[in-house]
Every structure is written in structure tokens, then in C-alpha cells.
Design a protein around this ligand. Structure first.
Ligand SMILES: [Zn+2]
Length: 251
């Protein structure tokens, strides 16, 4: 985070706008705000020190102790718009940013293999939402979300690796997460991690939740291990197909 000065911040409140013309010099409306040097959507590094965005404030009275500065940005890399709301506290005529919110809310730069994103786009979406919840301290929510994300990942990958079972996995009630782990990951070194994920995840949804903060940290780490396993399997399949092709040519 860097601190920058923004100028000519426009009032959102029309009444205040009219009064501003009477008794406040417009150039007084300069504020120091905190900015991050990357786009919250594509995480590309962007120069936030320029003044290419538009800033508003919601001050309606000169005596109020808190207000917001709403900055509307457009990322020059992904061309998506985003909004940063700087929550400002006034202390003896000095304006200090206490916190900020960014919309759309996004997770930290989520590095998920492109092949896995293609195989299970819903896993990617749910997992991303979990990390947003975690970032916002929604600690009763994201553990349950991890459980849901895990089920999507396991089932989508099982369909990808066993096409012949797609209908059974999608429609049969007996195709539970447990059963899919047992059936499609039985010989893999990811099975231990997956089973532990299942137990921790199930706990998160129960009335009596005996998981600790450490268990939730472990849960996230185990999901990363499973992702690495699937990534390795996909890459291995690609390697096998190249070997098969080259073998045929030599014959
Ligand atoms: Zn961007």
C-alpha cells in the first residue's frame, strides 16, 4: 500500500455541492488515501499514482466525523472497472483513512492450473469465493465452502478421468464424495489428503464443530496438495499421449 494525494474530489450529495460553491474552496478537497499497486481483478501491476480515475465523497455536513471517498477506477490491462471505498475518519480537522473496501471483492491472486479450471470451473469459482470469505474473516462460512469446492473438484476430475462413469457420478445418489474418493483415488497418494479434507469439511457443516483454526489451515493446505496431484496427473496423461504417438510413428 502506498499513500497518494487525490485532488478535486467531487461531492455526491447535491445539497452539499451547492453549499460547497458558497463557503468551501474546492481545492480544499484534497485527501490522502491508501492505494494498492495492482488491479484487484487481474492482479496486474498498475500505476495508481496517476489521476485517471474519478473520485467522489459522500460528505453532507462539514461537522461529520466520518465519511467515505469513492474512487472509480478502470484497469488499463484487463479493462474492467472497480471501485475502492476509502473509509475516512475526521480527527481534529485531519482526515485519516481507517480502512477500505474494494468492489468487486476478489481473492488474493489465485494460481490454479488452467487445465483444472477447465475441468472444474465451479470448483474454481467456489474456492475463489471461499478465499474472499476468508479474507473478510467470515470464519463460519469458508470451511463449509471448502467442503463444497472439494466435492466439485473430486467429481469433475472423476468424470474427466472416467468418462464411462459420468452418468453414475452425476445422477446416482450413491456417488457420494466418500465413494468417489474410494473409487477414483484409491491408488493415489492424494487419497489420504482427500479423506482428511472430507472429515474436516463435514465437521464444518455439523451442529457440533470440533475443528480448530489449525484444522482449517490444514484443510486449505491439503486442498493445495490435491490440486498439485491432479495437475501432475493431467501432465502425466499428456506425456503418455506423446509417448504413444511417437511409439506409433516408429512402428
Ligand atoms: Zn485488471
Amino acid at each position: 500500500m502506498n499513500i497518494i494525494k487525490i485532488n478535486n474530489v467531487q461531492p455526491l450529495n447535491n445539497d452539499f455541492r451547492q453549499r460547497t460553491n458558497e463557503d468551501i474552496v474546492q481545492n480544499d478537497l484534497n485527501f490522502d488515501v491508501n492505494v494498492s499497486d495492482e488491479c484487484p481483478i487481474c492482479h496486474f501491476g498498475i500505476d495508481m499514482s496517476n489521476d485517471k480515475w474519478i473520485n467522489f465523497h459522500d460528505i453532507s455536513s462539514k461537522t461529520q466525523e466520518k465519511f467515505n471517498i469513492i474512487s472509480v477506477h478502470c484497469c488499463p490491462h484487463c479493462h474492467n472497472g472497480f471501485v475502492v471505498i476509502h473509509h475516512i475518519k475526521v480527527n481534529e480537522n485531519v482526515c485519516i483513512e481507517k480502512s477500505q473496501s474494494v468492489y468487486p471483492a476478489t481473492a488474493p491472486n489465485l494460481q490454479i492450473d488452467e487445465d483444472i479450471r477447465q475441468i472444474s470451473p465451479e470448483f474454481y469459482e467456489i474456492y475463489n469465493q471461499c478465499l474472499i470469505a476468508k479474507k473478510n474473516n467470515l470464519n463460519h462460512i469458508y470451511g463449509m465452502g471448502f467442503r463444497k469446492a472439494l466435492e466439485k473438484l473430486v467429481k469433475d476430475y472423476s468424470i474427466y478421468s472416467h468418462r464411462e462413469d459420468e452418468k453414475w457420478i452425476r445422477t446416482n445418489r450413491k456417488a457420494t464424495l466418500h465413494k468417489c474418493i474410494e473409487k477414483y483415488f484409491k491408488d493415489s497418494d492424494a487419497k489420504t489428503a482427500l479423506m482428511a479434507c472430507k472429515w474436516i469439511g463435514n465437521n464444518e457443516t455439523h451442529y457440533e464443530n470440533c475443528n480448530t483454526d489449525e484444522d482449517l489451515e490444514l484443510f486449505e493446505g491439503l486442498i493445495e496438495d490435491v490440486l498439485y496431484y491432479i495437475h501432475r496427473e493431467i501432465r502425466n496423461k499428456k506425456a503418455e499421449s506423446i509417448n504413444d504417438m511417437k511409439g506409433t510413428k516408429q512402428l
